[in-house]
Design a protein around this ligand. Structure first.
Ligand SMILES: Nc1ncnc2c1ncn2[C@@H]1O[C@H](COP(=O)(O)OP(=O)(O)OP(=O)(O)O)[C@@H](O)[C@H]1O
Length: 474
């Protein structure tokens, strides 16, 4: 089981939802989206593959019509569930192989989540646990202890033990005189993390957790992803989860965060950056002006250019790197209709020069490109031809591509990021003046002049910045 794809049709508010995952990637997959977009329905659909009565157990019949269906493709073999009027729910004639069911483990939120029902099993096992502790027949789960101590920044789990009863591992913290705290008497967050660890150790290829953060405090939320990421590779699992926690999203790395929304009547997730999600879901209010950039290097480069006239800046501004030129322009356009940053004239996008000729950029308003392909590409081009002024500074460096060179120059203190910016900015081959003027006009005062635009044939005239309201003198 490697590739899992599914399509939900006509269930609840969903006309069509498409989702796919490559289980060979062994990674974290975080799904975020506005309330009600359909995250829990997707999670239920995944569980339905394992337990065909999932919807009957967790949803009213009113969410179905006779056109309701879910199709799953596992390594291109289709398993289709359709509405069955007798059951008033979904049903299938297909037999889902055990190898598939075994590799999916889904945790729904309250009251259906297994984490909330596990205590029945542990209560039954209590006598065996007690006996094992008295006889000292237990193991020390070093990895779990390290995980809990790390996430809670404590050493209180040092005396955690693992007792195996009928092939299920139970966990307790030992006290003196054969006393112990059973895992279900720990805090709800601690208990949840233990249950999550138990899932990971089962090597189930796809672990799905709806609302992973609900019982975790803010500090624990910021450490969870780091722990889980290591386990994904070690145990060959993928942990797919939904969350509304901004602190948790912030700790995710590129490739782990997906935003679910409806486009052209199809709901599906797309890869996004933290700042993209933060902008859409939480806003970035509090500044007069916003500059959206492609990545952190471009953001830093903007700050370097702005340094040249920082003392004269009138507006309180924020540069935000979004990740990917398309996403930058997409956010800019969404802001024009939804206004989650500010009014349209207060937000611009700045992209690398290598995007300037692309259609989506040519069409975009209030979007500007720097007059070099990108900081990394421009320096790499000089490196490749052995440009004298650069080689004088760098000496011999070996690099495989633009990003590699950039990283190495900074990491080995050959040039600082500011040195690289300066090197490019003062170079007569590139004319940064129109671009800098545009930024000045945007951040200083008054409307931007027509010559201010940096992209060929494009100016900042669309922006039409109002005259600033100077605060009254004190
Ligand atoms: N019978 C129904 N017919 C149509 N829509 C329904 C029905 N029942 C619930 N809904 C809608 O489905 C949405 C809930 O879907 P779901 O639980 O999948 O969302 P979610 O993305 O998990 O949301 P949250 O982030 O709030 O947990 C709600 O907006 C609700 O109004």
């Amino acid at each position: 089981m490697t590739l899992l794809e599914l399509e939900i049709r006509n269930i609840q508010h969903i006309t069509s939802m498409i989702f796919n995952v490559n289980l060979d990637e062994q990674k974290l997959i975080c799904l975020v989206g506005k309330n009600g977009v359909g995250k829990t329905t997707l999670v239920k659909a995944l569980q339905n593959l394992q337990f065909a009565d999932t919807f009957t157990q967790t949803s009213p019949a009113s969410i179905f019509t006779d056109r309701s269906a879910i199709s799953y493709w596992i390594d291109s073999v289709e398993y289709r569930f359709e509405f069955d009027p007798r059951l008033r729910s979904l049903n299938t004639k297909a037999i889902i192989p055990d190898s598939i069911k075994r590799n999916i483990d889904v945790e729904l939120p309250m009251p259906y989540g297994k984490r909330f029902n596990f205590f029945e099993s542990i209560v039954r096992a209590d006598l065996d646990i007690r006996r094992a502790i008295v006889l000292e027949k237990y193991d020390v789960p070093v990895e779990l202890i390290e995980m809990l101590n790390y996430i809670y920044d404590t050493d209180k789990f040092n005396r955690l033990i693992q007792v195996s009863v009928k092939k299920i591992n139970y966990y307790c913290i030992l006290l003196d005189q054969s006393m112990y705290i059973r895992e279900d008497y720990l805090s709800s967050g601690e208990f949840f993390l233990i249950s999550l660890y138990r899932k990971v150790k089962n090597h189930c290829k796809l672990i799905v957790i709806d609302e992973i953060d609900i019982s975790l405090d803010a500090a624990a939320q910021t450490k969870l992803a780091h722990s889980l990421r290591g386990f994904c590779k070690k145990y060959g699992v993928n942990v797919l989860f939904t969350t509304h926690s901004l602190p948790l999203m912030k700790t995710l790395v590129h490739g782990e965060l997906f935003y679910i929304e409806e486009k052209n009547a199809i709901i599906s997730p797309s890869l996004v950056s933290y700042n993209y999600v933060k902008s859409l879901l939480f806003g970035f209010s509090g500044w007069d002006r916003y500059i959206l950039t492609e990545d952190i290097v471009l953001q830093n480069f903007m700050e370097y250019i702005i340094d040249k006239f920082r003392a004269r800046i009138f507006f309180k501004y924020k540069t935000i790197y979004i990740g990917g030129g398309n996403n930058v322009v997409d956010l800019l356009n969404r802001n024009a209709s939804e206004g989650f940053f500010s009014d349209v004239q207060n937000v611009i996008a700045v992209l690398d020069g290598d995007q300037a000729e692309l259609r989506y950029v040519k069409k975009a308003k209030n979007t500007f490109c720097i007059p070099i392909d990108s900081v990394e590409k421009a320096i790499y081009a000089d490196y490749q031809v052995g440009f004298k002024r650069l080689i004088e500074k760098t000496g011999s460096v070996t690099a495989t591509d633009a990003k590699d060179l950039y990283k190495k120059l900074i990491k080995h203190s050959v040039m600082s990021e500011a040195d690289i910016f300066e090197y490019l900015y003062v170079d007569e081959r590139f004319d940064f003046t129109p671009f800098t003027d545009s930024l000045k006009s945007f951040l200083l005062t008054g409307p931007v002049s027509e010559e201010g635009g940096s992209r060929e044939g494009e100016t900042m005239q669309d922006i039409n910045i109002p005259a600033p309201q100077h605060p009254p003198s004190l």
